[in-house]
Design a protein around this ligand. Structure first.
Ligand code: SF4
Length: 283
């Protein structure tokens, strides 16, 4: 974390520290604008998010599958039902009759599809890793990611959530909140694919599962509380310092940002450099 922020211990300490960091960023001749700076700013403002809310790796995996297309509140109820029924382990999920499993996870929506997805995952786990999550997570990241993506019902966001939050593999999770923030900050075109956005993060950050865990959770927090689909609260958001020039109008008057063109100029190379790196790597 930036030294400018290390002394911020309390809520009241944090705001002046953030303001100082924001001013330092905008005044610097070569602003230290990179994804790590985004992370430092969010962490200083909001602190650790304590993700993922699961007691065991298997519970995290169940949550990652059930949370598709629904809110966490609905998932939490389904997981509590599974816990009460003593089904939160791979063997139990494989053996329980599908209709009963569907009833227990009904609150998470699309419960018939999700029943199949849970069953598909535990069958894969038994077939490939003798039912052992420890064995599964010892597999190399890229190979395991490919295997997870081959399980019907597990897409990139779910696979990466499993790898990162249950297995502590350094894979960045991309979701709608991430896309919205990147788009509004001019860091990635709106229609950029999942893999390209994942590479944007992974090429611009150290491969550190703890960092990826916290950063993704902080982006979700930002998306829920500030970067809403309509009427984003940029004036109160810690990331306002990184906005492209026109949006600086949203910054409160007391913040007095300067060197706006420097900020805007610094945003471009982030994407250009990662794309260049990928092109170079491919040739
Ligand atoms: S400053 Fe505005 S656009 Fe940027 S993340 Fe915050 S709310 Fe979204």
């Amino acid at each position: 974390m930036s030294a400018l922020l290390q002394t911020a211990q309390t809520e009241s300490d944090t705001q002046p520290a953030l303001r100082n960091l924001g001013k330092a960023i905008t005044r610097s001749a070569v602003p230290p604008l990179d994804l790590r700076a985004y992370y430092d700013m969010l962490f200083a403002a909001h602190g650790p998010q304590h993700w993922w809310p699961g007691r065991t790796p298997f519970e995290i995996i169940v949550g990652a599958i059930l949370v598709q297309n629904t809110s966490w509140t609905n998932v939490a109820r389904a997981i509590e039902n599974l816990r009460r029924a003593k089904l939160l382990n791979p063997r139990a999920i494989e053996n329980v009759p599908a209709p009963r499993l569907a009833r227990l996870i009904r609150s998470s929506g699309y419960f018939r599809q999700k029943t199949k997805k849970l069953k598909n995952f535990v069958r894969f786990l038994r077939r490939e890793y003798q039912g052992s999550l420890a064995k599964m997570f010892r597999a190399p990241t890229a190979a395991l990611r490919d295997q997870l993506l081959a399980v019907i019902g597990i897409g990139p966001e779910t696979a990466d959530s499993i790898l990162l939050y249950a297995g502590e593999h350094p894979v960045f999770v991309i979701d709608a909140y991430t896309r919205r923030m990147l788009g509004r900050h001019g860091l990635a075109p709106a229609k950029l694919g999942y893999e390209d956005i994942r590479q944007l993060f992974e090429l611009n950050l150290a491969p550190d599962a703890t960092l990826y865990n916290e950063f993704h959770a902080l982006i979700v927090h930002t998306g829920k509380h500030f970067c809403r689909p309509r009427e984003p609260r940029c004036g109160e958001c810690p990331l306002r310092w990184f906005l492209p020039e026109p949006n600086f109008l949203a910054v409160p008057v007391d913040a007095k940002p300067v060197a706006q063109s420097g900020v805007r100029g610094a945003l471009r190379p982030l994407w250009v450099s990662s794309k260049a790196e990928r092109t170079a790597a491919a040739t």
